[in-house]
Design a protein around this ligand. Sequence first.
Ligand SMILES: Nc1ncnc2c1ncn2[C@@H]1O[C@H](COP(=O)(O)OP(=O)(O)OP(=O)(O)O)[C@@H](O)[C@H]1O
Length: 412
Amino acid sequence: MGDIARQAPEKDTGEDIYQYLLERITNLENRNLELREQFRQMESEKRYVETQKIRYERELRKLKSEIEQLRSPPLVIGTVTDVIDNSRVIVRSSAGPRFLVRTSQLIDPDLLKPGVRCTLNQQSLAIVDVLPTSYDAQIYGMELVESPDENYENIGGLEPQIEEIREAVELPLTKPQLFEKVGISPPKGVLLYGPPGTGKTLLARAVAHQTNAHFLRVVGSELVQKYIGEGARLVRELFDLAKQKAPSIIFIDEIDAIGAHRNDSTTSGDREVQRTLMQLLAEMDGFENRGDVKIVAATNRIDILDRALLRPGRFDRMIEIPLPDHQGRLAILKIHTQHMNISEDVNLSEVSRLTEGKNGADLRAICMEAGMFAIRMERDAVNTDDFMKAIDKLSVDFDRHHFHTTFGEMFA
Ligand SMILES: Nc1ncnc2c1ncn2[C@@H]1O[C@H](COP(=O)(O)OP(=O)(O)OP(=O)(O)O)[C@@H](O)[C@H]1O
């Protein structure tokens, strides 16, 4: 500033005045540049603050609407069972009873069809919204794998069972014409039964891998316990999804949780299980054999299964998956040690002999535990001693677990 405001020189020769004006102009130009720069900076700061303001306003609106949603009463979920006219609909609430309810004019009448899900006002039970069909497998804990990694080589000691499942599931998917030519219907569903941890899931996943099929897994107990009131609908959606993703294999684990035989269904929980089972039977009866959707179910309790499930056209092939014998255990041990660094002194046949009564899952755990013992001892190869310790540890864990479960049941 001082430069610009400098006084004019006292000597007023033309030369001096010229010099003075020249200097002053240069100073003013520099100052002008400085101010322009400052202006540009302030402009950009202003723009930044403005965008921040918009962002905060948007966030505020979002938070406000979230608070509003949290304050609003919950909506009841229902399924449309019948449409009477544009304003009246019969709906079954997820708790069970059916209601004749009104629908808002804001709802597109074309969307209201029997079977669709909707939300209902808690007090008036009027339909507030129609929900999209949710094929979102993950929401319901369904496992959907494009084509699992496991193959038959990963399964130890189940050669006859592999042959059977190949014939019942793989062949109809890969060579349907064989069945057509001979004029027989391939089985729709295969039931794998046997003690836990013997490779039932593994087998189902391997067939899906072999046939390049989608693998959809649901757990029976979860269908009826985790999503109360939704079991039957989930079964329907599971089959819809399987058809949409065909070729696919539906794997229902713990099918006894929905398919156990019962005398009288009196409690609401029992009725829920019954409804889910009915839906499963209806779905199985409803689709044709030659389709590229196959159902594999697994159970540890074949003795309690409802006979209706085992009728022809349903799970008409039953494959027993037993505990592995000596050779089976040896094969499983070989599979689970194939990538391990094992010392030459290890005799897997001896390990198999010492693990009589153990299942495939136990044997896998023994191999892992033996590896852990080697790591703890800072060795890079697993020796016989590690295997012995692993067998001991697992037997103690097993006994402890068994003790707790048995006593837990006694005092329950
Ligand atoms: N026959 C087998 N060959 C190789 N590994 C096996 C075998 N059986 C079990 N396993 C191992 O144990 C794990 C668990 O087995 P899997 O889940 O297939 O048993 P499951 O029979 O379905 O048990 P559950 O009845 O408890 O569901 C498998 O991922 C695999 O690592």
